[in-house]
Write a protein that binds this ligand. Structure first.
Ligand code: NIG
Ligand code: FE
Length: 394
């Protein structure tokens, strides 16, 4: 059992407290039970007497749920710093760069892919991320996708088969779609919880995406889609039609797309990835329009070596507030409970009694500093499943 006291502001995301969407408790305490789940939260003054005396005092710091980063590509070889440098000199971003990482991934050993994925997962943990979704998608052959998913499974249970990232150079598109829906899916499904398709210019069109997602659903996988990142298209409409848990990117949306997402009543989440816009110098989506229409919005890092080589959810929160018209409260909710909703989980992303004890202790009195102090290290300590997993409380 762990008792934390001296919390200036505790973000619980527990709507049942009737303290707003973030369920904020000031001057709070938190108790982790022996099952590593949240046993009690409330004002410290009401801390049950059996817990008093054994506490760790965080001395006026804020505590928030651990970030749920519901969109990452952590399994890859090499990097694309040369492409980044060229882009910063004016060369546009294109989906084609994925093939550069495909080549590096195919020639990497399982061990070096695992070392890289663990390195990035640790980097994410250090900035407060306690749950990661991890995609394959840089192998693009049956064997390389299957081994990528085994590596993904070493860092998370939220694994996603993204064989349909782009068409590899040795294949024609129709033949590759058949492979993805057939043998590749068969070999990958046992190690995947989700299936995803990059439905965009230079990748897969809506008909191919429909075929691939339908085959994934048949194999028992949940659906996700990369949609409307590089240009407007029908990807979001397809995601909604098929009941995907999340449509990701959503950079180019029209009113019809927004209504379709809103009409799902939160069943299909719009996951926004502002560091991808930042690193490709693209326009940011307007989160305000989505939220005002009633769409459930998640924020994620999209960590990958091409369009967004960062694991920092605090940076994502800053950008969402500064460039996408989200309030500080909305951005923190979307990076925690919103990410959980995009993974259809209610046991993470909040600190209600019974949820996993995944939380971050900030070095500020309030979660507002996450947006207010861009680029600054604000996470002092991270608890994952009730254990101190990164940083320290000294
Ligand atoms: O989500 N959009 C597709 N996939 C990644 C980029 C992959 C890459 O450039 O390597 C993304 O941004
Ligand atoms: Fe992505």
């Amino acid at each position: 059992m762990i008792v934390i006291t001296g919390i200036s502001s505790l973000v619980t995301n527990d709507a049942s407290l009737e303290r707003g969407k973030l369920g904020i408790i000031n001057n709070a305490a938190l108790v982790v039970g022996d099952d590593n789940k949240i046993a009690w939260t409330g004002e410290e003054i009401n801390l049950p007497s059996e817990f008093v005396g054994t506490a760790i005092n965080v001395d006026g710091r804020a505590v928030i749920p651990g970030f749920v980063d519901s969109h990452t590509h952590l399994v890859f070889g090499g990097d694309r710093s040369g492409e980044f440098e060229a882009r910063m000199s004016g060369k546009p971003y294109s989906a084609g760069g994925i093939r550069t990482t495909m080549a590096a991934t195919r020639s990497a050993s399982d061990e070096s892919l695992a070392i890289n994925a663990h390195r990035l997962a640790k980097e994410a943990l250090n900035t407060g991320t306690t749950t990661l979704e991890v995609k394959s998608g840089y192998g693009l052959s049956v064997n390389d996708e299957a081994r990528s998913l085994k590596v993904a499974g070493q860092v998370t249970t939220e694994t996603t088969f993204l064989g349909a990232h782009v068409v590899p150079p040795e294949s024609a598109i129709d033949e590759y779609v058949d492979l993805v829906c057939g043998e590749m899916l068969k070999q990958c499904a046992p190690n995947a919880k989700w299936i995803d398709v990059f439905c965009d210019h230079g990748a897969f069109d809506v008909d191919h995406a429909r075929a691939i997602l339908s085959a994934g659903a048949q194999a028992g996988l949940g659906l996700r889609i990369h949609a409307n990142q590089l240009q407007h298209g029908d990807g979001v409409q397809l995601g909604v039609e098929l009941g995907a848990a999340s449509c990701d990117h959503c950079t180019h949306l029209n009113g019809k797309d927004i209504s379709a997402l809103a009409d799902t009543n939160g069943r299909t989440v719009a996951t926004l990835l502002p560091t991808a816009e930042l690193c490709t110098r693209s326009k940011f989506p307007d989160a305000r329009r989505l939220i005002d229409a009633g769409v459930s919005v998640a924020l994620a890092s999209d960590c990958n070596p091409g369009s967004s080589y960062t694991t920092s959810m605090p940076l994502v929160i800053s950008l969402a507030v500064l460039n996408m018209n989200m309030t500080c409260d909305e951005a923190v909710w979307s990076a925690t409970a919103g990410g959980a909703a995009a993974l259809r989980r209610s046991d993470i992303g909040n600190l209600a009694a019974g949820s996993h004890a995944d939380f971050a202790v900030l070095n500020s009195r309030s979660h507002i500093h996450l947006a207010y102090r861009p680029g600054v290290k604000l996470v002092d300590a991270v608890f994952a499943r009730g254990q101190l997993a990164a940083g320290s409380l000294r």
